[in-house]
Design a protein around this ligand. Structure first.
Ligand code: 13P
Ligand code: SF4
Length: 352
């Protein structure tokens, strides 16, 4: 924040904003070395005031994934949630500009669904180990090897991969959508572990499918292990273990609940237990500390290095004067083909 911009803001307005942020963030202590005390909030307040003013002036909305820093989600975000919820919002918002505080594949999805909006990302480096594991060209080669398979892509994939796929899925609807497809053989990309969980869940449901996967994994979720879950259960009787389907099948089997980040939040809010172990990025624990401060969480903190590239300063810059690399652009043919695959997801996803 420049000294000049700070100087023009009335001290009372700054203090009111700092207190608003402090009231929202006071219970958050999920990230080692970070605190959201009143001094932090006073430092942040000039930025959130400026971003919220820029949003109004530019007819912009800010979509925030639950893994980004809480001062973005609760300080300037208009919508917060998981990939499915945010893709619905990206399709439906009428704003001229969308700032996507998440990762690049999410912003690309917003551009696919709202081509007339200017879509900007705070940091172009915010990739994803899953999306970055497979190119459109590699998928074309896989498709040639399995010509009879339905091609299903997890939303954590590039626009090119979506353009080559029959239907997109998210962590919240993958099982229900794949179960409905007429083809027996499914080429599921790019998450090998979610593919393993999909195979197990469909078997449990009595749905006969052959699941072929590519070899991507999420660097945050693939390291949780079932032995640590067993140890935690001994140390914390009554513990509920909540996992994301990007975890290994062993971890999923050891959990009490497996679901999207949105479903994980709902499970914790509606479940009574002395402790919860969240096997996901710890931004989700931060959200729960804000929205369900009476719950207790155990376990360490795993950060997604890509999600954590987002900052209030970068959100402000993306709104005020976006650099070319912050503006999402897509080839129109790829965008149209990718849109078909996402719209198919909206048709097949359970409505709740
Ligand atoms: P959700 O859609 O469940 O929020 O998952 C997104 C993600 O990137 C998880 O790592
Ligand atoms: Fe990608 Fe994993 Fe980060 Fe989610 S947590 S954005 S899947 S690297």
């Amino acid at each position: 924040m420049e000294a000049t911009a700070l100087a023009t803001l009335p001290p009372a307005e700054l203090e009111t904003e700092a207190e608003r942020l402090f009231r929202a963030l006071l219970h958050v202590d999920c990230e080692p070395g970070r605190q959201w005390n009143i001094d932090t909030c006073r430092r942040i307040a000039p930025l959130t005031l400026e971003i919220n003013r820029l949003k109004r002036e530019q007819d912009a909305v800010i979509l925030t994934h639950s893994y980004v820093e809480p001062e973005i989600i609760y300080g300037v975000g208009d919508f917060k949630g998981d990939s499915y919820f945010l893709s619905l919002k990206a399709r439906d918002v009428q704003a001229k500009k969308i700032v996507f505080a998440g990762v690049v594949f999410m912003a690309e999805t917003a551009k696919i669904l709202s081509p007339h909006a200017t879509v900007v990302v705070p940091d172009r480096g915010s990739g994803c180990s899953l999306a970055d594991s497979l190119t459109g060209e590699q998928l074309r080669r896989l498709k040639a090897a399995y010509p009879d398979a339905a091609v299903v892509c997890y939303i954590n994939s590039t626009a090119d991969v979506k353009a080559e796929s029959d239907v997109c899925v998210t962590s919240g609807n993958v099982y229900d959508i794949v179960a409905q497809l007429p083809q027996r053989r499914i080429l599921f990309v790019p998450d090998r572990l979610m593919g393993d969980n999909l195979r197990n869940e469909l078997k449990r449901r009595g749905v006969d499918k052959e699941i072929i996967t590519s070899d991507g994994t999420c660097i945050v979720h693939d390291v949780f292990d079932a032995a640590s879950v067993a140890e935690a259960r001994v140390r914390f009787p009554g513990l509920k273990v909540v996992a994301h389907p990007e975890c290994t099948p062993e971890v999923a089997a050891a959990a009490d609940f497996v679901g999207s980040t949105g479903a994980m939040m709902k499970y914790v809010k509606t479940t009574t237990a002395p402790y919860f172990l969240m096997l996901t990025e710890c931004g989700l624990v931060g959200r729960l500390q804000v929205e369900a401060p009476e719950k207790h969480f155990i376990g360490g903190c795993r950060l997604c290095p890509y999600m954590k590239l987002n900052s209030l300063e970068k959100v402000r810059d993306a709104l005020r004067a976006p650099r070319p690399e912050q503006i999402v652009t897509l080839d129109e043919d790829i965008r149209r083909r990718a849109a078909r695959c996402i719209e198919r997801m909206f048709e097949l996803a359970p409505k709740d």
